[in-house]
Design a protein around this ligand. Structure first.
Ligand SMILES: *Cc1c(COP(=O)(O)O)cnc(C)c1O
Length: 229
């Protein structure tokens, strides 16, 4: 198992570098978020031992158990739908919440951070495909949400995140990736903010996301193999 994971790891790193170079980007400007949801601790440790420290989880309940079992010094991103009543636990477990999509949640995070005496980096999740079943702020609403969040001293918005509609053909996701980048570029002008991070692209479409400007690609199955149900 560990040989296969190691092989996957190096193969993905190589594909990330190649995809970046192909469009004239610095390979160091793209980081892999190892999406360890539903993966056993032993698998995560294999990746950890290779020197990797950036991990993503999508359930607070699961992360509360898993993260403390890992060595300290990792950077853990929350990438799932976050219920307001889980904000307290999210603040305790995670370094970055990538999926902030409404003011109510930002306000609750701010409150919990104040109580904990902490600050947190967050990203705004944008529903680029306008899908009813998906989380994320509407593309039209991001500016207003960002403006409201800017008043929260404990939250530092570092960028945008998106999960485009799933398509077999990764090329079909390209317009959604470029849309997220355009929204980011526009916000940087209108809101005088610096939003360096674009979290987009998963196992099957990350090379396209990198071509469109991704700085974080979220890789689960291509790295760890299939998730148990
Ligand atoms: C599960 C998940 C991923 C990883 O998906 P893979 O297709 O396994 O790479 C990425 N982003 C989010 C938000 C996820 O929930």
């Amino acid at each position: 198992m560990s040989d296969l994971l190691e092989k996957n790891y190096h193969s993905i790193q190589k594909q990330i570098a190649l995809s970046a170079e192909k469009v004239g980007r610095d390979p160091g400007s793209v980081r892999m978020l190892a999406v360890s949801k539903k993966m056993e601790a032993e698998k995560i440790r294999v990746i950890w031992r290779l020197g990797h420290r950036l991990f993503g989880e999508n359930r607070v309940q699961e992360a509360k158990v898993k993260i403390p079992e890992m060595p300290v010094g990792g950077e853990w991103h929350f990438i799932g739908g976050l219920q307001t009543n889980k904000a307290k636990d999210a603040v305790e477990c995670f370094d970055v919440v990538e999926s902030v999509d409404r003011l109510e949640l930002a306000t609750e995070l701010q409150k919990r951070l104040e109580l904990a005496g902490k600050k947190m980096r967050i990203m705004v999740e944008v529903n680029v495909g306008g899908e009813a079943a998906k989380h994320g702020c509407s593309p039209e609403g991001v500016g207003e949400l960002l403006k409201s969040i800017q008043g929260n001293s404990r939250l530092e918005v570092i960028g945008l995140m998106a999960i485009p509609p799933f398509r077999e053909d990764p090329e079909m996701a390209r317009p959604f990736f470029s849309k997220l980048r355009e929204i980011r570029d526009r916000l940087q002008e209108t809101h005088e903010v610096h939003l360096p991070e674009l979290s987009m692209g998963m196992s099957h479409d990350f090379p396209v996301a990198i071509a469109e400007g991704a700085t974080i690609v979220r890789i689960g199955t291509a790295l760890f193999g299939p998730r148990s149900a």
